[in-house]
Design a protein around this ligand. Structure first.
Ligand SMILES: Nc1nc2c(ncn2[C@@H]2O[C@H](COP(=O)(O)OP(=O)(O)OP(=O)(O)O)[C@@H](O)[C@H]2O)c(=O)[nH]1
Ligand SMILES: [Mg+2]
Length: 72
């Protein structure tokens, strides 16, 4: 990872659409797991938006804040 590449973590309460937001930003309907239930995402998952060979931004999906250990 280049040091000057923007990194964005999506953090919030569980079951509030964090993974769904990332699917939209990434235009990838297969990213992560989306369910109408709490604690669906269990681990931090990295994804990148690229322009040709260049990475413009790194995105991080996170477990809901209720899983403090997972977020940490
Ligand atoms: N009405 C509505 N529902 C949404 C929206 N975005 C996501 N959802 C629904 O909300 C539920 C939870 O979505 P997720 O993306 O899994 O939420 P999350 O915050 O990643 O959940 P965890 O990983 O469990 O913390 C799913 O049933 C989604 O379909 C939205 O903009 N509007
Ligand atoms: Mg999630």
């Amino acid at each position: 990872m280049k040091n000057n590449t923007l990194s964005l973590a999506v953090v919030g309460h569980t079951n509030t659409g964090k993974t769904s937001l990332l699917r939209t930003l990434l235009r990838d309907s297969r990213f992560g797991e989306v369910k109408n239930a709490p604690a669906t995402t269990r681990h931090v998952e990295q994804a990148a938006i690229n322009d040709g060979g260049e990475t413009l931004v790194y995105l991080y999906d996170t477990p809901g804040l209720e899983d403090a250990g997972g977020v940490l």
